[in-house]
Structure formats: structure tokens, C-alpha cells
Ligand binder design. Structure first.
Ligand SMILES: [Zn+2]
Length: 352
């Protein structure tokens, strides 16, 4: 049985979401917008997200640009680059057409998004398969408004090994390549943030020696709470925090381990444990809500959508999760950092 949240905590959470910044550090938004546009839809943010973003008081959404494995398999790096550019283009058009949202590319725009009039969208690459070994493409991505990257998704590419072979939940070995280490330097030079959520353990160790600026984990849970091929160990959480990073609580039930349906309970257990290990200033949200993307992708493929993965029905339920944390004894100050203050502070420290 999942947590029953009392009304007074729901009210308290609603006030927090109104008064403090709220951030979701991971959503596959660019890919979904491209797919839905290919299906002939318009106003995707307005139709599918805006009401829930407003209800949650959402200040910033970090959109990943994730190139599906099928595209890489069919067309290699060239097709991946083409797909990534199409996603960035579709997202940029959508932002232009949607008055209630804004692009976040620097600290000034981040501060504007924190004011709350418009929801900010920060774009980053989830995996750099699309650049191959061409590091000069990082600057091209920067020019298009991209402000962060993970070296790899779960796959192995020219830069690093991801945390598993796609489809097989087994961790692969091997860390950063020589090019991967150069990519870290180039990302730091460009003031682009680095995300380790899909990196394997060897890669994390290599990055400890390579990175000069704080890196983050946009969507990861704690391995000690739920053993999973890509959750973080205690030592990784402690290191991430010590060098100034923030980790985003992942709301995918396969990553959080809430397969029994106790979604709020499991998310609270992860969050509380992460705060115990990393400290209250280093934990945030990166829910990785995928059901809407999967629904669109299935429609494009002419397939029936498979099982639902999300612990939360939509962003409008985030205050309910915050209320659950409060009911279990979290202080308002800690909650305010977790719902968005911590990621705001992190991005402010990295962006140009
Ligand atoms: Zn991911």
C-alpha cells in the first residue's frame, strides 16, 4: 500500500511549490516533440505538459536529446547527428511558438526562469554518439543552445562505455577513451554541464581524475535502496556531492524499484537515503517521465504502447511527492532545496 498523504502536508507542499523554484532535471522532451510533430501534432508542450507544469510551479525542465538505438543501428553516426539536429530544431521551434516557456542558455535566463513567469527549458545531449570522434561538433551544439551532455547513454561509443548493453541489464566494463577525456575538457571549456547518469563505474572513476568542474547525475537513484545496473553507489553519491554536483531522483519504476506499486514510498526512501549520503544540498528531481514519449513513439511505429514506466502520472503530481516527504519528517528547508533550489544552484555554477 502506497503512502496516504494527509491534507495539511498537501497544503504545505503546494505553498513550497509556489514559493520556491521547481526543477525536473530530466525529460526526453525534444525527442517527443519531434515524434509528435512527425505525427502532425502542434502545440505539444501546451497540449501535453503546460497545465501540469503550472500546477507543480515548474520553473525549469531539462530536456535531453536522446537518439534512439534503432536510428544508430540503421544509419550510424551520420543518422544520429541528423536526428539530434532535428530534435533540437523541433524543440527550438516549439519554444518559439509557446509563449509560456523560454529557452535557458545562460545564467541570466536561468534567473528569469527562477522568477516563474515562464517555464525555462535547458537542453542537453543524453549521449554523444551523434558526434562520433568529431569534438568540434560540441561547439556547434553549443551554438544551437545545447548546454550539457552525458558522454554516453547506456551504450559504448567513441568516448566512453555506458552502464549496460542496451536491452541487457549487465554492466559493461571500460571507462573513458582518450577522445572521451578530451571531450570532458571541451565541454568544460564551453561551460556545458556533464551528466554521469548512464556512465559505468569505470567511467565514473576516470571522470574523477579528468573533470575540473562539478559534474551531476540528472536522473539516478541509490544502489543501496534498489540494486540496479545504473543506480549510484554510496561512494559515488558522496564523491558527486563533495565536488559540487547534484543528483536527480529518478521516477522510473524500473530504476526506483517501485514495481509493487508503492511509488511514493520508494521515491521517499531513495530521496531520504541520498540526502543522508550526499547531503541536503545535493539531491534534486530528475524524474525521467517516459510514458508520454513512449506513447508517441509507439504511435509513430504503428505499435501498441507497452507497459507504463512512470511512478508519477505527470508533473502535476510532484507536489504530492513533496507532501509525502514532509509527512515523513523532512524539513521545509531541505524540501525547498530538493524540489529545485539545489539544481538551480548547480546550473548557476556551470552555465555561462
Ligand atoms: Zn536516461
Amino acid at each position: 500500500m502506497d503512502i496516504l498523504v494527509e491534507e495539511k502536508y498537501v497544503k504545505q507542499a503546494a505553498e513550497l511549490h509556489r514559493d520556491y523554484p521547481v526543477v525536473d532535471a530530466h525529460l526526453d522532451l525534444a525527442g517527443e516533440i519531434l515524434i509528435r510533430r512527425q505525427l502532425g501534432e502542434k502545440n505539444i508542450i501546451r497540449e501535453h505538459y503546460l497545465k501540469n507544469w503550472r500546477n507543480a510551479g515548474m520553473n525549469l525542465v531539462v530536456s535531453s536529446v536522446y537518439v534512439p538505438t534503432k536510428i544508430l543501428k540503421q544509419g550510424g553516426t551520420g543518422a544520429a547527428w541528423d536526428n539530434a539536429l532535428k530534435q533540437i530544431g523541433a524543440l527550438a521551434e516549439e519554444i518559439q511558438e509557446t509563449e509560456e516557456v523560454m529557452f535557458v542558455r545562460n545564467r541570466k535566463e536561468l534567473a528569469q526562469a527562477a522568477q516563474g513567469e515562464k517555464t525555462g527549458i535547458l537542453v542537453y545531449m543524453e549521449g554523444l554518439d551523434c558526434i562520433g570522434e568529431k569534438l568540434e561538433r560540441l561547439e556547434a551544439l553549443y551554438e544551437m543552445g545545447v548546454r550539457g551532455a552525458s558522454l554516453t547513454w547506456s551504450r559504448k561509443n567513441a568516448l566512453a562505455a555506458g552502464c549496460c548493453k542496451a536491452g541487457e541489464r549487465i554492466q559493461i566494463t571500460g571507462g573513458l577513451t582518450k577522445k572521451g577525456k578530451e571531450a570532458v575538457k571541451e565541454l568544460e571549456r564551453l561551460s556545458m554541464f556533464l551528466d554521469v547518469s548512464h556512465l559505468n563505474d569505470d567511467g565514473f572513476e576516470d571522470l574523477k581524475k579528468t573533470a575540473k568542474k562539478p559534474f551531476c547525475a540528472t536522473h539516478s537513484c541509490a544502489k543501496a535502496v534498489y540494486e540496479n545496473y545504473r543506480n549510484l553507489t554510496d561512494a559515488q553519491m558522496e564523491y558527486l556531492a563533495a565536488q559540487g554536483g547534484v543528483m536527480g531522483l529518478n521516477g522510473c519504476k524500473y530504476i526506483a524499484g517501485s514495481l509493487s506499486g508503492n511509488h511514493l514510498e520508494m521515491l521517499c526512501r531513495h530521496g531520504e537515503y541520498e540526502i543522508e549520503k550526499a547531503g541536503k544540498a545535493h539531491v534534486g528531481f530528475g524524474f525521467d517521465l517516459c510514458d508520454s514519449y513512449d506513447e508517441a513513439d509507439s504511435a509513430l511505429e504503428g505499435k501498441i504502447c507497452g507497459e507504463k514506466c512512470d511512478c508519477l502520472l505527470h508533473h502535476g503530481q510532484i507536489p504530492l511527492l513533496t507532501a509525502a516527504f514532509l509527512q515523513r519528517g523532512m524539513s521545509e528547508e531541505t524540501a525547498a532545496g530538493m524540489i529545485g533550489g539545489n539544481f538551480m544552484h548547480y546550473f548557476d555554477s556551470v552555465l555561462p
